[in-house]
Design a protein around this ligand. Sequence first.
Ligand SMILES: Cc1cc2nc3c(=O)[nH]c(=O)nc-3n(C[C@H](O)[C@H](O)[C@H](O)COP(=O)(O)OP(=O)(O)OC[C@H]3O[C@@H](n4cnc5c(N)ncnc54)[C@H](O)[C@@H]3O)c2cc1C
Length: 387
Amino acid sequence: MNLDFDLTPEQVQTRETVKRFAQKEIAPHVLEYNREGCLPLDIVAKMKEMGLIGGVIPPEYGGAGIDHVSWVISIEEISRVCSSLAVVVGGPSSLIGQGILRFGTEQQKQKYLATMARGESMGAAGITEPNTGTDVANIQTTAVRKGDEYILNGSKMFITNGGICDWAIVFATMDKSLRHKGITAFIIERGMPGFSSRSIAGKLAWQPLDLGELIFEDCRVPRENLVGEEMRGFKIVMSCLDMGRLFVAARALGLAQGCLDASLNYSKERTVFGQPIASYQLIQKMIADMAVGVEMGRLLLYQVARLRDKGAQRTTKYSSMAKLFNTELAMKAATDAVQIHGAYGFTSEYHVERYFREAKGLQIVEGTTQIHTILQAAYALGLRSDD
Ligand SMILES: Cc1cc2nc3c(=O)[nH]c(=O)nc-3n(C[C@H](O)[C@H](O)[C@H](O)COP(=O)(O)OP(=O)(O)OC[C@H]3O[C@@H](n4cnc5c(N)ncnc54)[C@H](O)[C@@H]3O)c2cc1C
């Protein structure tokens, strides 16, 4: 008997369909395209056909309109095989699209969100800067209103899709002295005067994905590209992050499950001192930790997704908790999976070498392990509340 998580028949079907797709269409090619550092556009096209890009975005805005539980299951199953391609499923509904979905105008939703959800445009989200990441309120990129335009100056660093995106939601300050209260959200588009970007070369993992810098030099943004209201952008950042952290939690859970899958197979096949290594208790301890961890991580993640399906829009505490738990789980699972594989696990012929590098990235993106630990302590001590 398995924990069934009270999934609906549709959610069970989603898992089966996405799992089969990942095994059949992604797994045979994943080592090769990761080694080459290319996004497999033919696979992305199939994901688009399956509606995987549209996620929770409603059909009227080009999305698939699936529930949040189905969405995290889809991310989990893709990430179990390739956490780079999981970004194609998770990004549009979360960090990139959530702000426009909740706070954008009808025109912005049709022009940017809907085209991204249909796989026709590539978006990005720019919060981090060269001199500020964790301390979001310290954003230094400035926005000044001038007639019917805003003039942006500054840059955004380490932005997924940054070097190749068609547009991005970016956050700038209209008054640095107000810290988070001065933050305002805008959509910038390639071709706007004063906007340029570059891809960042050389990184630990996720070679198929672009990581870039967005540069604003007297960048002129029309007033219609303001998202929400002036000086109300911090709320938009947080709503993007609440979903973004859920996405990263699902991505991490899938990666941890991938580590368990690989470790089970390898430990039964590899013989040392005349016995499969799975028979040794020190190996079993690592496998038991992974098996318990993925069940716990899944319980937490699905409950947070369910909260959102019940209508909760602010899930900061539990999105952070799920992100923290699952990314720490992924790092430990990947470390142990490499250990179980011995020298083979050290080579790029085996998936666990890649999982190990990717797990480190998961501990950094959408808030580091440290900031989520600090947040959880603050909630526990009653210093912070979502109410
Ligand atoms: C692959 C990748 C993709 C990314 N994609 C995006 C994206 O699409 N959009 C975007 O906006 N950003 C993106 N980022 C940036 C990411 O969100 C930031 O890297 C992250 O928020 C941390 O910021 P930082 O790197 O500036 O670290 P810093 O804030 O400089 O922190 C450095 C170290 O200090 C620690 N630290 C900070 N404050 C404290 C404290 N109070 N107590 C203890 N320790 C502390 C941190 O945990 C960290 O270990 C991406 C990053 C990566 C690696």
